[in-house]
Structure formats: C-alpha cells, structure tokens
Design a binder for this molecule. Sequence first.
Ligand code: ATP
Ligand code: MG
Length: 750
Amino acid sequence: MDYLKSLNEPQYEGAVNTEGPTMIIAGAGSGKTRVLTYRIAYLIEKKGVDPFNILALTFTNKAAKEMRDRIEKVVGTEARNLWMGTFHSVFARILRAEADKLGYPSNFTIYDTDDSKQLIKSIVKELGLDDKIYKPNVVFNRISGAKNRLISWREYINNPIFRADDESNMKPELGKIYKIYSERCFKAGAMDFDDLLFNTNVLFKQHIDVLNKYQQRFHYVMVDEFQDTNISQYLITKKLSAVRQNICVVGDDAQSIYAFRGADIQNILNFEKDYPDLRVIKLEQNYRSTKTIVNAANAIISKNRAQLKKNVWTDNDEGSLIELLKANSDNEEGKLVASSIFEEKMQNQLQNSDFAILYRTNSQSRAIEEALRRMNIKYKIVGGLSFYQRKEIKDLMAYLRFAINHNDEQSLRRIINYPKRGIGDTSVDKIIVAANDHDISLWEVLTNISSFLPGRAANAVMDFVTLIKRFKHDIETKDAYEAANLIAKGSGILKELYEDKTVEGLSRYENVQELLNAVKEYVDDPEKEDKSLGAFLQEIALITGVDNDKDDGEEKVTLMTIHMAKGLEFKNVYIVGLEEDLFPSQMMLSSRADLEEERRLFYVAVTRAERKLFLSYALSRYRFGRLKNCEPSRFIDEIDPMFIKVSKKYGKVESSGLSGDDYAKNFINGMRKTTTSRPVAKTSTYKPSADFEPSDTSGLQAGMKVEHPKFGYGMVTEMDESGANRKAKVHFDDFGEKTLLLSFAKLKIH
Ligand code: ATP
Ligand code: MG
C-alpha cells in the first residue's frame, strides 16, 4: 500500500481512522485534500467499502475530477462509482430521483443565473414595479441570500424583521416577488441553483423515509474546503451523517473567502459542538511551498485576530526570495510580468502551465492580457471571460464602433435596444431585411425609419438615431477619451451598471471604467500617432483577433481571480495589483472583519505558489478615467523584508532579447494573410455593368423587366401605389421575390 507510505503521521491518522466524526483544520498546502483522497482510496481498497456508499463533496467540479483520477490510480475504475462532486451536482442528482416527493417532475429544468434574472425582470414588470428600484440582480441576490439561510418565501413574508428591512430599503415588495418567483419556478418545473440546496433540505425535513434511505446509503460523508460551506450545505451533511456519524470535514479557517456569499466560519465552531466525540487532526507540515513562501504566508495570516492558531512549517528548500516588481503604470506591470515569465521559462525550463497570474478583480486582466499577447505567450482565463469578451465591454465597444461606422450590423444588433428603449427584435429584423432588400445602408433605413416601421417603434428608432448622431459629433470634435466617456454615459450603459450594486454589478462597472482607462492611456501614449477613437478600436480588434480563450490542451499560463484559485497550486505565481484600495479592495473595506477577509484572500494567493512568488504593483493606474498615483498595498509591508527582493527591473522594461513589438507585428501580418484568403460566398453570376444607371421609376408597372445592381435581372409582378411609400414586388432570376421601396431602390428599366 504505497500511497499510505506517502503520508506523514497525522495525515495517516486522518486517512485510516475512518469511523466517527473527524475534522482536519490545517494550513494551506499541508495535504488536506491528499488525506481526503487517500482516505477514500483506503475505504475502498482496505476496508472493502462499496464506492456507491461514499459521498465526497468538493468545491469545484475540477477538484472532484482530480480527486477521482487519483483514487482511480489506486483502486481502478471502481472509483467511478463514487458519489463525488460539488454540492450542487450531487444534490441535483438526488433531487431528480426524488422530485415527485416535492411535486416536481423528474426532468426539472435548472435555471442558470441569467434565466433567474430574466424571470425576475418579467415579474417586476408584471407587478408594475419600477425596475430601477427592483433591479433583477439585487432582487435575485436577496432571494438567494434568503434561500441559503433556508428562509422560504412564506417565512420571509411573515417575518416582520424582513419586511421592516425591505421597507427601509424602499423595496417593500421583495417578499411578494420572492413568492411569485418561487411559484413560477415551481409551475415551470424549474429549480435555480439555490433551490438545489434549499429543496434538498426541504426534502430531508419533510420526508423522513427519504432522508433515511440516503443515511443508509452514505456510510461515509466527506467535505473538502469546509470553511466555505454555508448553513444550507452544512445542514445537509449533518443530516446525512446523523446515523452513522462517519463524517470527515477538512478545511482551513485562514482560507475562508466566501463570506459575501453566505459561507460561515461558524460552521467550523459549530462542528465541535455538534459532535462531542470529534476527532480533531492537525496537519502542520506544508509540502507545497518553499520555506520562504511558507514563512511569509505565516507572517501574513498572523496579523488576523480572528484566526485559529496554527504552526505551519516545511522541510522544503529555502527557495528563492519573493520578487517584488514595481512598475510605473498598469501597462508596464503587464509587460514586467510577461517578460519575467519569458525569462523564467528560459532559465528554468518551465512551461506556460507552470505559471499563474492572480488578481483581485477581473478588470485587472486587461493590461496583463495585452502584454502576454504581445509577447506571444499563450494564456487562458479560468472561470471568466477574457476582458474583451465580456458582455459589458462588447456592449460599449459596439457603441463606439457603431458611432464610427453607422452600418455595422452586429454592433447595431447589440446596442439598438440596450439599454432598453422599446425597440423589439422584430423591428431590428425588419430594419436589417429592409437594408438588404433595398440594397441601401442600414443607416439609410434608420434615418428614414417611418417608411419601414409603424409609429411607436419608428419614434424609438428616431431617438436612437439622434443619439448616434450626437456621438458622431462628439467623436469629431473631442479627443478619443472624452468622446468614449460621453458615449459610455450618453448610451446609458454606465448608469445601468452603476445602479446595480451587487458584486457582479460592481465588477461590470469597473470593467467599463477600465476600458475607458485603456482609451485614456492610448491617448496619452506619445508613441501613438493617430489618436482617434477609430485607431484605438482597430488596434484592439487586431490584438483580440485571436481565439486565445479555448482550452485546447495547449500549454497556457493561467489567469484568474484569487477566489477561483482555491485549492490549486502552481510552480510560479504572480500576484498583481498589490496596491492600497485595489487589494485590499476599497469597496470591501468597511470593517475589521472585511479587512481580515481581504487578508485571508491574500493568504490564499500567496500559498498557491510552490517555488517562486512574485508580487507586483503599479505606481500609477488609470482608475475612473484619471491617472491615479497608487500606494503599495499594506499587505506587502506585512511580509518581513528579509523574504523579499526588489526586482532589478524597477522603472524600466527589460528587453528579454526578443522584442515584443516584433512578435506583435509578425503576428498581425500573419493574421492579415489569413483574412484576405477567406473564400467569399458565391450566390449569383450576375455582375452589374460598369455604366449601370438607375432609371426614373415613376412610370414603373407590373410586367416590366428591370435590373438591380445587387439582385440582377427580374420582372415586376405587383405594384403597391401608396404615395411616398410606393413599393414594387419584383421576381429576380437569381434571388426570387423581393419587395422594394421605390424611393430607395436603384432599378434600371429595360
Ligand atoms: P489547500 O489548503 O491549498 O487546499 P491542501 O492542504 O489541500 O492545500 P494538498 O493540495 O493536499 O494540500 O497538498 C499540497 C501539495 O503537497 C500537493 O502537491 C500534495 O501532493 C503534496 N503533499 C501533501 N502531503 C504530502 C506528503 N506527505 N508527501 C509528499 N507530498 C505531499
Ligand atoms: Mg486542498
């Protein structure tokens, strides 16, 4: 039994003492996940437990897969029979089997967050409430919060405390929305993510026989990352293991980073109360990281008051000092990180996948992504979209693009009714069809909209046209940054996002600000000759033209927020943007508890590194359109200077021997070649003659033969004579029947 030999003594204790309640609360990298993995292998292999009787809950599906793969190496394909996965995936499976007990069909739908928000939106509308007050995001989070604390809509409505709270927040109808939302989900045979946990609790509470069945099934229950479970999850595991008491939870209070989603560190403390016979195992030896990293991490977390005392140490090498990269700007930070990765790869024979770049908020990825692309270093963004793929960025870019090119169909589709201005999809389709049928530009259709759409829809389009004209004027008269800013405001995007005070809303707002910052940096860059908005957009289009986001098994640098990095490890880790107000985040800092959560996040980030850790910050960063001087994060000061060396590259970007710009040039040239060789769809053999001249169509009649510059030859089949909107139905040889508005159509009568 080789695998057991690879455990130290307390780890071994944790793996083989399978009976009774066990809790392992230990520092990062001390082998908690490894103990769980081998405990399961041991149960199957040594104790002959059927994998069907083992339940193991992980925080991500990826973690479950990794664990299963490792167990499979020991016990073979039997490992596939384990009940293993995230809380949501495991209990969705159980709910499917038991759905009828709750009145649900077994093929119930699972609504994702977007579905839920759409539903909330329509309910708010039906109730005649103001959707600026009852923002879908805000309502959704309130409902989600209630469900995660196991508060049903009935309890919510009947609880005077919630009502008073909602009234003081000017949202007295929240309870009613919660009720209708739940009823509608139920009627639609749908559960949202929170329902998966909420309804499992209901199921176990109302149907003792069902609970009993699963208590009999799961002889052993295990939970990884226990510190981040919420009360709803906690109760499920407690109920399931109530009979046999074979529950083992592992976690690290120092890595609790989901309080904002209802994770409760209390669960760890309750656990000791709930199980008086609890076996507590401490793991103190870290196997992941160098001495330098472990000691630095210990120093960081010791600043938190609300932490259980632990003594984490390692036998690993001293390792390199932590490298501090100071940059003058966020763009330079990106370049420093990219060239450092390049050098590290060369010097230490590392691969892209040995590197991770971690940041506090998603918007920070922009400067990093650009630098990596320029250096031709492949990367992937885990758990998020790359900056320019994000919806809010695409939306604003579409406005900018459309204000410059009024005929950009894709952009028009994105923005014509976002933010909402009462122009439905059918109207948009009609506009696009009209432009194609009459062979006139989209803009011509838009500016003559009353010929194509009825009254109300036409009015809304006219307002939109006025808006775009104003934006065009802004672009022609102001500098690119000012114009982009006016467009972000004038379009209503900024306001829409600003009013959404949820965590995701804030992050979307920050992303839009970050795009504006990128324009500002572009304008301020002395090397850029053409400072127009058009030139900026073109540059971005070229940088982002590559599909860098698919995970196609290639070696890639991992970029992600620290929240996503929990449980993972990489040889080299870069933590970027270590500046006051960014990390610790100003938005999250209103109490000591908040600061301590930020510090735990920093601890999680630092402890992902195996051999080398890099910390970086910029002395200035564009935030909210202004170049802001930044101060290094207090977290840097909290590490003893003896562990840190300041990189020599301070203040200038070292050339790594290969110029990033040369890479970029080759790369763009390569792309151009491929775009020009793309085959063009062939639909007709018709070619308009060089001297094509449209005729006067006032005398056009059915039966006449006509020529159209796009559709070729055809015959008029019908005329619709109604004043300014005179139309002709024409049957074209190659394109079939089209209805043309004669004031626009270019027709030659033969
Ligand atoms: P985290 O708190 O970050 O989730 P963890 O406590 O779950 O960390 P693991 O991921 O299980 O730690 O282990 C960290 C690393 O140390 C892994 O690469 C693991 O394989 C290795 N490791 C753990 N225990 C031992 C051991 N006894 N001998 C050798 N390597 C070990
Ligand atoms: Mg782990």
